[in-house]
Design a protein around this ligand. Structure first.
Ligand code: NAD
Length: 589
């Protein structure tokens, strides 16, 4: 059956309608029912179904009037949430008569899902509900009423924000026009719009039934929205655990809509995805991973949802379950970053040329709640080793979601005291290490086509010249430019790139940095002195790690971290002459 490879199809009769139902996977496994939205048919879920089928009994059906299901006659009054609940129960009884099903809905599939999860007659038939980009109309109704009833400036802003996103809802309430548009020019142009605006791959999707799906589906809005907005049900409390997945770039739904949700769904887990509306098409890996994790947790199997996600810890909604690879993870900023991601429930690959240090970080990450953590002893400047690492990680754990190219070494000394060998060493690690990381893991992100993020650790030395750090500063300026250029190249692919520029951070870098042009004894003295000064400044690497997580969430291009880095960055833009003057100063030895 085309898109849903290996699926078995059958028709289920209910209330004069024939529902087309597709099943895949082992019927003995827990049943996951995927409900599609508007204007879609069950094929919107094909990529997710494919990924879930090896572990679950996956069921999809065309909502009445969509795909290959028949439409009610007359259409008006045939799409009420009550009738849609009848359909769902008929499907659930047919595909899983003895056990409750795990429900997943996208867009209108999720709007329906909220109805199913909050009405009494489905109690005992649903084990969990994953909601993607579709609110409960009742919750929405209360959300509006409360804001209209007690309008503070912030609440009016929220109302206007969502009002502007709902333009299509008003349009769909006009008679006949939507039907004419969908069966005419809009229906023809829709695949191209999805591709260009939503970045949806349109290979084999949407299906040929799109114009009639969209025309019939207009009745979903007309039969339900106005009545529920006027009289939202006061008792729309979920009787099942709910996982809410919110794409942050959704053009149709404001994230604020879900502010009041814990009141309606006390057993709530939140997930956030940097993506647009059609996540079943654009983020099937992440979506199926989160669905699988939630389902197995409520079947009493699997490792369960990371505790940080369940407790709602900051950023756990965004990184919980993601795969994060950090280089230079044995010490300092890299270690703190790997542990910060572990604390919010990410799976962590800790890479360092110091094997023991990497192992210690991975162990600690597990103790902090990472669902998985693996050490990797690799020299980032070794191209072949990095290629092998990328292949190993992809085979064992999948595509990296967040890559932090952080490994780096220090080098201080005048230009003429810096030998060609010194230059090579610092550029090999600080620049080539980053280039290799971006090439091997960035390519995997792009090829997967489901987004990701790259963080490169540069330095304030990238924009603050100094006679003390010609080679180090050059390597970091190159990392900054590489990051900016790559960011431009990957912008259209959903992969963000950030350059992080710390100032003086209290780490081990001072005790390993090389000082050129001095005797060994003098080098030792300089290391000690620098370490003392950094310790006195005492800016902890944990703060840099926190800035890195925030930068990924906010998709920032460049982040100067410490106050001195921020001042230097500002001066580099408004008064570069002042920075040039500082660059000439040679500190007292
Ligand atoms: P650190 O010395 O504490 O940690 C660096 C880690 O990188 C070490 O564990 C080291 O073993 C590892 N490493 C070095 N070369 C490697 C290689 N070739 N392959 C794999 N691993 C390698 O230093 P840190 O201060 O945490 O530095 C992290 C990054 O932050 C570096 O890129 C550094 O240039 C940058 N930075 C540091 C400061 C600071 O003040 N500490 C300021 C600005 C930028």
């Amino acid at each position: 059956m085309g898109l849903l490879r290996g699926a078995r199809e059958r028709w289920i009769r209910t209330g004069g309608i024939e529902l087309c139902v597709a099943e895949t996977g082992d019927p003995q496994r827990p049943t996951v029912v995927l409900v599609h939205g508007y204007p879609d048919s069950k094929e919107v879920w094909s990529e997710v179904a494919l990924r879930l089928a090896d572990r679950f009994h996956v069921v999809l059906y065309d909502v009445r009037g969509h795909g290959r299901s028949t439409a009610p006659v007359p259409l008006r009054g045939g799409f009420t949430l009550e009738k849609l609940t009848d359909d769902f129960l008929a499907v659930a009884d047919a595909v899983s008569p003895d056990r409750p099903v795990h429900l997943v809905g996208h867009d209108w599939g999720s709007v329906q899902g909220w109805e199913f999860a909050t009405v009494r007659r489905t109690e005992g038939r649903i084990a969990s509900f994953t909601s993607v980009s579709g609110p409960s109309l009742d919750h929405f109704g209360h959300w509006i009423k409360e804001r209209v009833g007690r309008p503070t400036p912030r609440r009016v802003g929220q109302l206007l924000g969502q009002g502007a996103r709902s333009w299509y809802v008003y349009l769909l309430h006009t008679p006949v026009l939507p039907e004419l548009a969908w069966r005419g020019p809009l229906g023809r142009r829709w695949p191209d719009l999805l591709r260009r605006v939503e970045k949806v791959s349109v290979e084999g999707y949407p299906t040929g039934s799109l114009p009639s799906d969209a025309a019939h589906g207009a009745w979903l809005y007309r039969d339900n929205v106005r009545s529920r907005m006027r009289r939202p049900r006061p008792d729309a409390h979920a009787h099942v655990p709910v996982q809410l997945i919110t794409p942050t770039g959704d053009a149709f739904l404001s994230e604020r809509l879900y502010d009041d949700l814990p009141r309606w769904a006390p057993r709530l887990v939140r997930r956030t995805l940097p993506a647009k509306h059609w996540v079943p098409r654009t983020r099937p890996d992440q979506l199926s991973a989160w669905i699988a994790e939630f389902v197995t947790a409520h079947e009493g199997e699997g490792a369960g949802v990371p505790p940080a996600v369940v407790s709602g810890r900051r950023y756990a909604d965004r990184f919980g379950g993601q795969l994060v690879l950090v280089t230079g993870a044995a010490s300092g900023i890299g270690r703190a970053t790997a542990l910060a991601f572990a604390e919010v429930g990410a799976r962590v690959v800790a890479v360092d040329r110091d094997a023991e240090g990497a192992a210690r970080t991975a162990e600690r990450a597990l103790r902090l709640g990472a669902p998985g953590a693996w050490p990797e002893a690799v020299d980032v400047s070794d191209e072949q080793a990095m290629e092998k690492l990328a292949a190993r990680v992809a085979a064992a754990h999948g595509t990296v979601d967040v890559l932090v190219n952080n490994a780096g070494i220090g080098l201080s000394g005048s230009f003429f005291d810096t030998t060609a060998d010194d230059w090579r060493k610092v550029l090999d690690v600080n620049l080539w290490g980053v280039i290799h990381g971006c090439r091997v893991f960035g390519r995997q992100m792009v090829e997967r086509g489901q987004g990701g993020h790259i963080v490169n650790t540069a330095s304030a030395a990238a924009f603050q010249p100094t006679r003390l750090l010609p080679a180090y500063g050059t390597s970091k300026a190159a990392v900054l430019m590489l990051s900016e250029s790559l960011r431009a190249e990957l912008a259209g692919r959903g992969v963000g790139v950030t350059a992080v520029c710390p100032g003086f951070v209290n780490t081990g870098i001072t005790s390993t940095a090389r000082f050129t042009g001095v005797s060994q004894a003098e080098e030792g003295r300089l290391r000690e002195r620098t370490a003392r000064r950094y310790a006195l400044r005492n800016y902890p690497p944990e703060k840099v790690a926190a800035a890195i997580l925030r930068a990924v969430v906010e998709n920032r291009a460049m982040v100067p971290v410490t106050p001195e880095a921020r001042v230097a960055h500002l001066l580099s833009r408004v008064a570069p002459g002042a920075l040039r003057a500082v660059a000439r100063v040679s500190p007292p030895l």
